[in-house]
Write a protein that binds this ligand. Sequence first.
Ligand code: ZN
Length: 231
Amino acid sequence: MLEDLKQKVYDANMMLVKHNLVIFTWGNVSGKSDDGKYIAIKPSGVDYYKLRAEDIVILDTNGNIVEGNLNPSSDTPTHIELYKAFPSIKGVCHTHSNYATSFAQAGKAIEAFGTTHADYFYGDIPCTRTLTEEETISDYEKNTGKVIVETFNDIDYEQIPGVLVKQHGVFSWGNSPYKSVYNAVVMEELAKMNYQTLMLNDLNNLPQYTLDKHYLRKHGKNAYYGQKVSI
Ligand SMILES: [Zn+2]
């Protein structure tokens, strides 16, 4: 079932390898079916070079296996919390990509320093709080999702489609599995640029009017970037 979704989720997982965001078995991508009833996700602990589209596991929205012989990613409960809280998303991606994870380990947001950032993220990319001991000992992956959702209480998840989980790594999302990985690739590049900027000068906050100009020309009802027709 859902062979098309499995293929999309497989392709998105392989995109992580192509863009050097993962090594070994690290990272995972999932996708939600168009009817919202199912989630397809990478199996747990399977090397990317061995992964096949038919290995992608199909779950219901509570995480029960509907189809597949392999166990789903151990991060599945985090993905499920994000799908529950962020209704418009159709893809979730998790990586420990180098620069972005360095910011997560330092507990620092990726601040909006330049227009490259403003083209994709309408403000700083936040870092969550540390999980408590209790939250870590039991239901760790589910609590990771809850802490992300808590971080977005006052932030629009469509305008900031990614987060740093403190001392851990990156979660990103989008309206497809592909878009969730796309946003993870952008986050890694922004983190790299931020790191380099901070090495040179730490007083580089982008004026609000530049953030507005760059984000709003690509997103929302008054966007004018790109083509009106598909080419
Ligand atoms: Zn992780």
